[in-house]
Design a protein around this ligand. Structure first.
Ligand SMILES: Cc1ncc(COP(=O)(O)O)c(C=O)c1O
Length: 439
């Protein structure tokens, strides 16, 4: 739940990466996203080392949707991971940061013609194709450009991972991928093999996010292997790559117990070796972790701006951020834990509701969270906000998005500047900015 470098003094003062959060708040203002460098690197190394144990060695591609900016791309490259992007904007960010396009997976259930062209032009490593329409479009555009598109097909294996409905993707009724159960996946393979400009390299399935059991990952690999075996028997096609997606859960409130990656991979290795047909090569396993790399590395610092007791005695603690910097509680009832800086353990906590500043009654960051004597001016730390917070942030109510800083060994690096009011109005045009569409 907390970054690996978390420390707290007996007076309750908290530091991360050797930097007191009070210093960060004073120097950079609040709300502020803070990421711990060591935690991110440790998590990347865990994936790298665990996947290296597989035969043949597997590979992790960081899912940029969890958190992406230029410096993050550079860190991913430095640690030897690939990158999963889902839009032209993410691909552009990666290329601007000098990321090797061969190490990019281009994902997303909608890729426009312009995005497919951009991906082909850049030479991305694999397009993960999500629909027959996309497959046909990619083949046509690759033909126009005189290129061949390397492809993985995204399959939905019918696996029900126990997670929130909005972050569950592996069941048959999903907007993502080709259903194995309804024959559409077979049609996709047939078309991909027949398409002149498509090089089919393998299959992908991502079954959901914040998964706290190992079994669904093994079942996913099993389903991909069974599908591959069928195609080997039917048409002699055997995949070089099986991409089992991301989805490993993290500790948000301390009650969660994520499964051991190494244990999951040992089980997967067993079934890969067993199920590969004689004479065929064991496919390379790819994974696409996002949340499990960055969530616990990150915290958000807020300042308490008001404390209110309403009828019935319920206490609202209002902070200077909210759903604009963390939409997850409003979007899918995500739970977090929080602490107040400088409140010693001995201060008795009481359960309060932490409310955001945005004009929505649903802008509640935490409900029933124990906080020790919250007062105006206190610094509130919400834990494990590194994933799907900055990347999902908005400027609702024209509130500028917070800065992102990274702490390491007592030093701070600025990764993303704080937006200003001028940034929020930068693209606005005046009332009389009309232009004839025929001009
Ligand atoms: C295709 C795909 N891969 C990887 C991920 C990353 O998942 P997580 O952040 O849970 O590891 C997602 C998340 O939605 C996804 O859709």
């Amino acid at each position: 739940m907390r970054p690996d470098t978390f420390q707290q003094t007996s007076s309750g003062h908290i530091s991360i990466g050797g930097v007191p959060v009070s210093t960060l708040a004073e120097k950079f203002g609040t709300p502020l996203y803070v990421l711990d460098y060591d935690t991110m690197v440790h998590r990347m190394q865990e994936y790298r080392n665990a996947l290296a144990q597989l035969q043949p060695a597997g590979w992790a591609c960081y899912a940029g949707k969890a958190f992406l900016c230029r410096a993050m791309v550079e860190l991913v490259a430095q640690e030897g991971l690939g990158l999963d992007v889902v839009s032209g904007g993410e691909l552009y960010t990666a290329l601007q940061a000098g990321f090797d396009p061969k190490n990019i997976l281009f994902h997303g259930n909608v890729k426009t013609a312009a995005e497919l062209r951009f991906g082909l032009e850049a030479g991305v490593g694999q397009f993960v194709v999500d629909s027959l329409d996309e497959l046909d479009r990619l083949n046509r555009i690759a033909d126009e450009m005189g290129r061949t598109a390397p492809v993985l097909l995204r399959l939905t294996p019918g696996i029900d991972a126990h997670t929130h409905d909005f972050i569950r993707t592996g069941q048959f009724d999903s907007k993502f991928g080709f259903g194995i159960g309804d024959g559409i996946a077979d049609e996709a393979v047939r078309r991909a093999l027949a398409a002149e400009r498509i090089q089919l390299n393998g299959f992908h399935a991502h079954i959901g996010s914040q998964i706290l059991e190992g079994d669904p990952f093994v079942a996913n690999a099993e389903a991909l292997m069974a599908f591959s075996q069928r195609w080997h028997q039917m048409a002699g096609f055997w995949p070089r790559i099986l991409d089992i997606g991301g989805g490993l859960g993290v500790r948000y409130t301390g009650g969660e117990e994520p499964p051991q990656l190494a244990h999951i991979l040992r089980r997967i290795q067993g079934l890969l070796t067993e199920a590969t047909p004689p004479g065929a090569a064991v496919p390379k396993i790819l994974m696409e972790p996002g949340r499990s790399i960055v969530a616990e590395a990150g915290v958000t610092l807020y300042t308490v701006e008001a404390v209110k007791t309403v009828v019935g005695g319920k206490v609202y603690v209002a902070v200077d951020g909210g759903m604009g910097d963390n939409i997850r509680p409003a979007l899918y009832q995500a739970q977090y834990a929080a602490s107040l800086d400088g409140k010693p353990e001995s201060t008795p906590p009481s359960a309060v509701t932490v409310a955001g500043r945005y004009c929505e009654s649903g802008d509640i960051l935490l409900s029933g969270v124990p906080l020790a004597d919250p007062q105006v001016g206190d610094r509130l730390i919400v834990w494990a906000t590194g994933a799907y917070n900055y990347s999902m942030a908005s400027t609702y109510n024209r509130v500028p998005r917070p800065a992102v800083v990274v702490v390491r060994d007592g030093e701070v690096s600025r990764w993303v500047e704080r937006e200003r009011w001028e940034d929020v109005t930068r693209l606005d045009l005046p009332l009389n900015a009309r232009k004839s569409v025929n001009a």
